[in-house]
Design a protein. Structure first.
Length: 155
């Protein structure tokens, strides 16, 4: 079974985008997947991911050169592990999560990440910045379609 997890924090400006997009994809698409959102500590992802065949994570990312509202799809195995500026699920890299999960005897899935470029994931304030908020409808359609295609290809 595939698990889709939207990750974020509702009170940290753009960090909420993963939660919002995931909730709206769940409403708009009939996907053969279990869909959840997660706002707790990232080590809890081990429990969420364990036992699933595949996992899709939707989360915010802030890179140096990205444009807020852009999104990227990638396999975390193609990114340098825990490099400080690489793919990290809020201070804990996915390679570390996978290694810890496997060391604890958990079956860890194949993971795909949909990362949404944001302007401000750090300020404690509700509401997304204008450039990210303006793209939410398109993000739901674009990422929802990409996930649908990914799931169809996996069958």
């Amino acid at each position: 079974m595939t698990l889709i997890v939207g990750i974020g924090n509702e009170i940290k400006r753009d960090d909420v985008v993963g939660l919002e997009v995931t909730d709206r994809i769940a409403e708009a698409y009939d996907l053969d997947a279990e869909i959840r959102t997660m706002t707790s500590g990232r080590l809890m992802l081990i429990d969420e991911l364990s036992g699933h065949d595949r996992a899709i994570l939707i989360d915010a990312v802030a890179t140096e050169d990205g444009t807020p509202g852009e999104w990227y799809q990638f396999d975390p195995a193609t990114v340098e592990p825990d490099s400080g500026g690489g793919v990290a699920t809020h201070n804990v890299g996915l390679e570390t999560l996978t290694t810890l999960g496997e060391a604890m005897g958990e079956s860890m899935p194949e993971v795909t990440i949909y990362a949404i470029e944001v302007a401000d994931p750090f300020t404690y304030e509700e509401g997304m910045t204008d450039p990210v908020a303006a793209r939410v409808d398109d993000l739901v359609s674009e990422i929802g379609d990409a996930i649908s295609e990914e799931l169809a290809a996996a069958m």
